[in-house]
Design a protein around this ligand. Structure first.
Ligand SMILES: Cc1cc2nc3c(=O)[nH]c(=O)nc-3n(C[C@H](O)[C@H](O)[C@H](O)COP(=O)(O)OP(=O)(O)OC[C@H]3O[C@@H](n4cnc5c(N)ncnc54)[C@H](O)[C@@H]3O)c2cc1C
Length: 422
């Protein structure tokens, strides 16, 4: 029987779905020994550090990941970073195939004046801050202002706006980082705008997320009736199903005239940011609109206009994605997920996408290399293996239980390693 060794770099959804596709293709004649490398001591990628804490159901996909991880032939090497602890060449020497699944972690910039003022930040920093990602715990958004503006017309913008606009006590039963709950409880923000460059018909929000908004218990949600009516008129009869579903959901929001709450989330369409204004800190945004320039005062700006892939040593990146043809990067080197496609699609999109890449990978395999085990290269590095991660996981779940939280996340890496290895 032939056994091929495959390295997967990145323990996010696409990495796990790639492992699952390999497991599904194993036969009596051919099996796969899968080693998954992850730079953080904790796996699950954006399911842990991206998905909004008030959407816990979406995170239940982690049960699938844990099943994959507990299948024979799978090993987790967390706290091991490609480009720092191991080089791509070292992986390529020892594995029959290497799969890059490192995601798309950097936030796109608007490229307008004032973007670098204090209290203007990217969702790529703000989201992992509230989700307890160790690299972003030190970010200190200043919520002492009345108004925040989120720039972007997708679900990430909506998540960010909702996190600032809901009553902070609603976050108590979630796995939001303690430091974020504390800061949001002290927040003076009562108005959060979401600004979109184009009309409502082009917005990339998805309709289930829009349909949830009127159910918020402590937040008014406002959209202009005129904006939505004009968008409906512009698209006319040749409307696509998803656009129709979105505009229907938006009509429901726009028709509401009852605003009893202290906190408000308001959508601005056809507002193109021209400049962020302020002396040292954000004070306002100047927008171009169909009726001319509009200045809106605000003390915090979060941009959520897309992500791009980080350069990983030895892996070619072009236009924010790993350069590839149908997932193949080079001989025995493949890419899946957001690193391959860019930041699009839901978690499930990564499953079908990874399955197609794995089919190609397997069709290109010839004979196993039988190279030495990778562990000898890692020396005394504190690797977080699956059993260690399970200790961190159990400790977090236990710490959350008394307060009805799904988990209380550990933020500091030394503390994670301490739990893992003691
Ligand atoms: C804010 C936000 C909210 C979202 N909410 C939803 C939602 O509600 N529902 C939904 O279906 N989808 C949601 N998505 C989309 C979903 O998260 C993505 O489709 C999915 O996470 C992409 O998976 P991935 O594995 O390609 O990347 P990621 O999830 O980013 O995983 C990449 C992993 O690689 C690791 N890594 C990076 N570099 C290295 C390296 N050099 N060495 C080792 N490891 C490395 C990272 O630490 C990370 O764990 C959301 C995305 C964002 C940004």
């Amino acid at each position: 029987m032939a056994q091929f060794k495959v390295a997967i770099v990145g323990a996010g959804p696409s990495g796990y779905f790639a492992a699952q596709a390999l497991q599904n293709l194993a036969t009596e004649e051919c099996s796969f020994a899968i080693d998954m490398f992850e730079r953080l001591p904790t796996p699950w990628g954006l399911v842990r550090s991206g998905v909004a804490p008030d959407h816990p159901k979406i995170k239940t996909v982690s049960k699938v990941f844990e099943k994959i991880a507990n299948t024979q032939g799978f090993r987790l090497f967390a706290n091991v970073e490609l480009g720092k602890d191991l080089s791509l060449a070292e992986l390529q020497e020892r594995y029959d195939a290497v799969i890059i699944a490192t995601g798309s972690p950097k936030g796109k910039k608007l490229g307008i004046p004032g973007e670098d003022l204090a209290n203007s930040m990217s969702a790529a920093d703000f989201v992992p801050w509230y989700n307890a990602h160790p690299d972003f715990a030190g970010i200190t958004p200043d919520f002492s202002c009345d108004t925040a503006i989120v720039i972007g017309a997708g679900n990430v913008a909506m998540d960010v706006a909702r996190m600032m606009a809901i009553a902070p006590h609603e976050l108590d039963p979630t796995d939001t980082a303690d430091h974020a709950i504390d800061a949001l409880k002290k927040s003076s923000i009562r108005k959060v705008y979401i600004s979109a460059r184009r009309g409502a018909e082009f917005a990339a929000f998805t309709s289930p997320e829009l349909r949830e908004l009127p159910k918020l218990e402590h937040t008014n949600v406002r959209m202009s009736k005129e904006d939505i009516a004009q968008a409906i008129a512009r698209v006319g009869d040749a409307i696509e199903k998803d656009t129709k579903s979105n505009l229907d959901a938006m009509t429901l929001i726009a028709e509401n005239n009852d605003f009893p709450h202290e906190r408000t989330m308001e959508f601005l369409f056809q507002h193109t940011p021209k400049a962020i204004l302020g002396d040292e800190k954000v004070e306002a945004i100047l927008f171009d609109t169909p009726t001319g320039e509009v200045k809106i005062e605000c003390g915090l700006v979060v941009t959520a206009i897309g992500y791009f892939a980080d350069g990983v040593e030895g892996v070619p990146v072009e236009s924010g994605k790993v350069k590839n043809v149908d997932g193949k990067v080079a001989e025995n080197l493949y890419v899946v997920g957001w690193a391959k496609r860019g930041p699009s699609g839901v978690i499930g999109t990564n499953k079908s996408d990874a399955a197609a890449v794995i089919e190609l990978l397997v069709s290109n395999l010839s004979a196993p290399k039988n190279a030495a085990d990778i562990k000898e290269l890692l020396g005394d590095k504190k690797i977080v293996e699956q059993s260690h991660w399970e200790k961190i996981n159990a400790a977090e779940v236990a710490a959350g239980e008394p307060d009805g939280k799904p988990r209380r996340k550990v933020v500091a890496i030394p503390e994670m390693l301490n739990i893992a290895h003691n």
